[in-house]
Design a protein around this ligand. Sequence first.
Ligand SMILES: NC(=O)c1ccc[n+]([C@@H]2O[C@H](COP(=O)([O-])OP(=O)(O)OC[C@H]3O[C@@H](n4cnc5c(N)ncnc54)[C@H](OP(=O)(O)O)[C@@H]3O)[C@@H](O)[C@H]2O)c1
Length: 301
Amino acid sequence: MKKAKFNVGLFGIGAIGSVIGSVLSQNKLISMAYFNRSKKESLKVKYGESKNNIPIKLESTLNLSKELDWLIIAIKEYDYVNARKTLKELIKPKTNIAIIRNGLNLYESLHGLANRSNVLECLIDCPTQKNDEDYYNQITKGKIVVQNNALSNSFAKLFGENEQLVIEQTVDFKTASWEKLIESSSLGAILALSGETCWIFEDQELINLYKKIVIESLQVGIKDGAKIDSNYKDQLILKLKKYPSTKGSSMLTDRLNNRRIELMAKNGIISELGKKYKLETPLNDLIYNLLKYTNIKKNVY
Ligand SMILES: NC(=O)c1ccc[n+]([C@@H]2O[C@H](COP(=O)([O-])OP(=O)(O)OC[C@H]3O[C@@H](n4cnc5c(N)ncnc54)[C@H](OP(=O)(O)O)[C@@H]3O)[C@@H](O)[C@H]2O)c1
């Protein structure tokens, strides 16, 4: 049997953590350590026809005997505050860290806990939801986008070639992050506020509203250094018109399921950066101020 070469910690075994764990646990060169807030005894992932049920044992930071070479964090943007103490115990000077979450400036979630040079910010495209059999259903092949550098080379090696997930290295991570943010927050806000799926874009007024939110967000992105040309808004409108009427969004799903919306990884961060750059963002402010009450109501704002 091959001896494990890398100690990898996976922090947050929800939808994305389960997908990542189901891939990495196949790599015999990796010794995995799993961390989650609630009890978890297995990774249950369905992808296409295959159903994986992999037993796991959660570790405690107190009796962890080995230092981690990599710590992969897959928790929601708003969960970092409460996770800080545990993360601090896990992060050692030589630990490389991959932050997988929506939003921008992901490193700031770990500010003061890790050196910037050890942190790899990751954007993930991997629609995954729990199904009725308590499996995480991974709908399509996942893609993790990272900046092209030595750290991401080493991260990509953990995954190797596999059917479930690809690591894509880009020369401009900031632009990739803004492109995803603009689309997901503009679409997500309209769907979450209306409570409806994409059928509502049969209404030209709503297409116009979508376009206005995109343009407003785009100007903040460009000021922040994203290299997106103004054709991008037209590409998004064309894409929007092709979406199936039943298409939803994570913001809509969270709203309908009475779960907290990751607002600061969506319109909230656009409003915040607008203020920083002295740009008016009335639509994102409005969206943020309305949706924050769905979070306040759950006493989780
Ligand atoms: N799911 C998707 O399709 C998808 C697609 C693209 C991007 N993303 C992004 O990926 C990120 C992760 O999302 P997700 O869908 O995987 O979320 P999720 O299913 O809610 O999983 C988050 C996991 O983190 C755990 N956790 C939270 N706080 C913790 C703490 N203090 N210590 C240890 N574990 C903790 C939770 O534990 P509990 O078991 O106690 O809840 C849960 O298992 C988010 O930013 C999300 O927006 C998700």
